[in-house]
Design a protein around this ligand. Structure first.
Ligand SMILES: Cc1cc2nc3c(=O)[nH]c(=O)nc-3n(C[C@H](O)[C@H](O)[C@H](O)COP(=O)(O)O)c2cc1C
Length: 161
């Protein structure tokens, strides 16, 4: 998974990312878990691993890197797809207190805590809290393509759709 992330493309090949992993029952896992909103704690508690996706906000010359978020997102996408091909699953998480995590895990100011993610095997949904079970079993939804794939001019449904 991290090898897949390593090969993600990035602006000027700056690779503006770091990943910090924590394992269940370790202090780092507890620190990240405690910083999560209670909704996320309901299901994250069963995960064996929580990772943090960190973005390096500036280039080596000290200038802001305007594409660090885009690049980090691509690296996480690669990591997630690789996870699935290894029989694992990644669930990304934005609902947590990033400042608390940064302080407790000694994350330098050069890095922005962007997202957390769990890594694990898909479990039996029946063990989920009832509020989560409904979500888990509801159909996955996405916008239709004609809402966001255009040609010619903005808003014009692409002719190949
Ligand atoms: C940046 C980001 C933040 C997310 N934050 C959370 C979160 O805090 N809690 C959660 O349960 N899911 C979170 N998700 C998961 C999304 O809710 C999920 O990808 C989306 O609902 C689509 O779900 P599906 O792929 O199962 O259809 C997050 C996903 C991303 C990419």
């Amino acid at each position: 998974m991290v090898e897949a992330a390593r090969w993600a493309p990035s602006s000027s090949n700056l690779q503006p990312w770091c990943f910090l992993f924590s394992y269940k029952n370790d202090p780092a896992f507890s620190a990240i878990f405690s910083a999560m909103v209670s909704f996320n704690q309901l299901w994250v508690k069963t995960a064996p691993v929580i990772g943090l996706a960190l973005g390096i906000t500036h280039d080596p010359k000290g200038n802001p890197n305007n594409s660090y978020l885009y690049d980090l997102g691509q690296a996480v996408a690669m990591l997630s797809i690789q996870a699935i091909s290894e029989g694992l699953y990644v669930h990304q998480i934005g609902g947590f207190d990033r400042d608390a995590v940064a302080t407790q895990l000694n994350i330098p100011l050069t890095c922005s805590v962007v997202t957390a993610f769990t890594v694990g095997y898909r479990g039996n949904p029946e063990v989920l809290h009832p509020n989560l079970l409904k979500l888990e079993l509801s159909p996955r939804r996405r916008k239709p393509l004609d809402e966001f794939v255009f040609d010619g001019s903005f808003g014009n449904k692409a002719s190949f759709l």
